[in-house]
Design a binder for this molecule. Structure first.
Ligand SMILES: N[C@@H](CCC(=O)N[C@@H](CS)C(=O)NCC(=O)O)C(=O)O
Length: 137
């Protein structure tokens, strides 16, 4: 389906309580607020990298959540490189935080796992450098 409002409604009906949490609706006010918050990024993540990218055979695994600025940086890079990835969303309160802690020793996001190279790492700046070095054509 298209339309952010319809998608959100579908998700909360199918997987949530049926009630959209306040602040998550796709109304004009939220769209304006998010657009304003993105202004200082000057469109980062909204255009593919010039020169293209190599396509990994397996999707990367990205741990993070949308409200983290460090995660946002990595998401922009994943988008610019058009890298297929599975998102393990782990916002505050998520049980998946314990899963990451057990797997990698501590909870800190962004965290990336690349099954194509065996690399897994924390730290947004290092992740971005790794993605660029490994997948920019
Ligand atoms: N230096 C790290 C900082 C990452 C960081 O502070 N992440 C926060 C989220 S914004 C975090 O995971 N905090 C632990 C928590 O939320 O419990 C990076 O650049 O990736």
């Amino acid at each position: 389906m298209y339309e952010s409002a319809d998608i959100i409604q579908y998700l909360v009906d199918t997987y949530g309580t049926g009630e959209t949490p306040s602040g998550l609706g796709a109304g004009t006010a939220n769209v304006v607020k998010i657009s304003l918050a993105l202004l200082p990024r000057f469109g980062k993540g909204s255009r593919v990298i010039s020169g293209g990218s190599k396509v990994p055979s397996k999707p990367l695994i990205y741990w993070g959540y949308e409200a983290s600025p460090f995660c946002r940086l990595v998401k922009e890079k994943l988008n610019e490189l058009e890298l297929p990835h599975v998102q393990k969303s782990c916002a505050r309160g998520s049980a998946k935080r314990k899963e990451l802690q057990a797997r990698a020793g501590k909870f800190l996001v962004p965290f990336i796992e690349d099954p194509n190279t065996g690399v897994s790492m924390y730290e947004s700046a290092e992740i971005m450098e790794y993605l660029e070095k490994t997948y920019a054509a």
